[in-house]
Design a protein around this ligand. Structure first.
Ligand SMILES: NC(=O)c1ccc[n+]([C@@H]2O[C@H](COP(=O)([O-])OP(=O)(O)OC[C@H]3O[C@@H](n4cnc5c(N)ncnc54)[C@H](O)[C@@H]3O)[C@@H](O)[C@H]2O)c1
Length: 353
């Protein structure tokens, strides 16, 4: 049984604390929590009858912790992970791992130097239909890739951004691309492969924030396929869609729903056993846009630790989609097509005012 500590007791900590505190993940137990705001730490601590702290170092020094989960605002992930690496425990960090590539590199280096495994949460990779899609990718069922599209059409009003000062800022969060759509960007690249170039346009349509609430991106992958990312939190009045489509020379798959949770198209030239059941068997209805993936992600972590397996999203893997996100903003700022690998010059992510 591994003792797990949470750093950051805000919105997403509710999901993490329920999974770990209610014993829903075999092999993990919630052992302590910490937040700079005492009431937030106390609320989770008292609910699960565990110690709570306002200082992560005091927590790490006072408790026997095997794994620490960083759930703080994105712009401080790097500082927190680098600090926690000194304790030489497993570290889990929420998506996106960081805002700048320099921060991502420093996190990877700190964890490597201290022998910590760094797990970056991309729970949508574990959605039931997404796992099935990846099976088709691994089996080469698409043949040559033609087009990959992801869409995030969600609704976030001004009051969502006004809850916390960090939301929608370049220094701490970024816009819809970095926050809500980072899962979908990751998924597109995971399915089709490395990206050669991007061209993007962004707008801040319906809310008053620094970063964008709406963005469109065209991509060219290294294997010649084309791609589209369409992401907005300016849909009204409710969330409409979180989807991915993969089109290849021998088949097409579309996963839709509001959270990439419903298999809508599963069509291949060459039929395989079970294909006619896929639409019925690989759709789920999660209670919210976070989906069910966090549970599967934690189970994957336990499996990797127990069985000495390579995990799916380590620091280097998560850095790939962060580089893509940086390249997309570079294109928005310069009005030009941006080729990867690249060094950010105008990308505003992580920039303090
Ligand atoms: N995987 C997902 O689907 C998903 C969903 C929501 C949020 N997230 C990510 O989780 C992170 C947190 O998001 P949130 O919505 O919970 O934010 P939040 O603002 O609700 O919570 C963050 C908490 O961290 C605390 N904090 C900040 N610095 C700290 C420190 N040094 N020590 C201890 N506590 C500290 C804050 O007081 C706050 O309570 C973000 O990176 C976000 O992108 C991921």
């Amino acid at each position: 049984m591994l003792n797990v500590a949470l750093v950051g007791c805000g919105r997403i900590a509710k999901r993490h604390s329920e999974l770990l505190g209610d014993g829903q993940i075999k092999g993990l137990r919630l052992a302590a929590v910490c937040d700079l705001v005492e009431e937030k730490a106390r609320a989770i601590g008292e609910r699960f009858d565990i110690p709570f702290y306002t200082d992560m170092d005091r927590m790490m020094q006072s408790e026997r912790i095997d794994m620490v989960v960083v759930l703080t605002p994105t712009g401080v992930h790097a500082r927190n992970v680098i600090n926690l690496a000194r304790y030489q425990k497993n570290i889990v960090v929420e998506k996106p791992m960081a805002l700048t590539l320099d921060d991502a590199d420093s996190m990877i280096q700190a964890c490597d130097e201290n022998g910590c495994r760094l797990f970056v949460i991309k729970q949508n990779r574990f959605n039931v239909p997404v796992v099935k899609l990846r099976e088709a990718v691994d089996a080469g069922r698409f043949g040559k890739y033609v087009l990959g599209t992801v869409r995030v059409r969600w609704c976030r009003h001004q009051h969502y951004y006004d809850q916390d000062a960090w939301r929608g800022t370049w220094a701490m969060d970024g816009g819809v691309l970095t926050n809500q759509a980072s899962h979908h960007v990751d998924m597109l690249q995971w399915m089709i492969g490395d990206v050669e170039s991007v061209f993007a346009k962004a707008a801040t349509a319906l809310v008053n924030i620094e970063a964008e609430d709406t963005i469109i991106v065209t991509l060219r992958f290294r294997n010649g396929a084309l791609g589209i990312i369409e992401a907005t939190t300016a849909v009204r009045p409710v969330n409409l869609e979180g989807s991915i489509s993969i089109l290849g020379e021998h088949g097409s798959v579309v996963i839709g729903g509001i959270a990439v949770n419903q298999m809508q198209t599963w069509a291949f030239e060459q039929q395989m056993e079970g294909d006619d059941q896929v639409l019925d068997d690989y759709s789920v209805n999660p209670p919210n846009v976070y989906g069910f993936g966090h549970q599967a992600y934690y189970e994957h972590i336990v499996d990797c630790i127990d069985n000495h397996k390579q995990h799916l999203v380590d620091g280097l893997e998560a850095r790939k989609s962060l580089e893509l996100i940086n390249a997309i903003y570079e294109s928005v700022e310069t009005g030009r097509e941006v080729y990867l690998n690249f060094q950010p010059r105008k990308c505003p992510l992580g920039r303090t005012a």
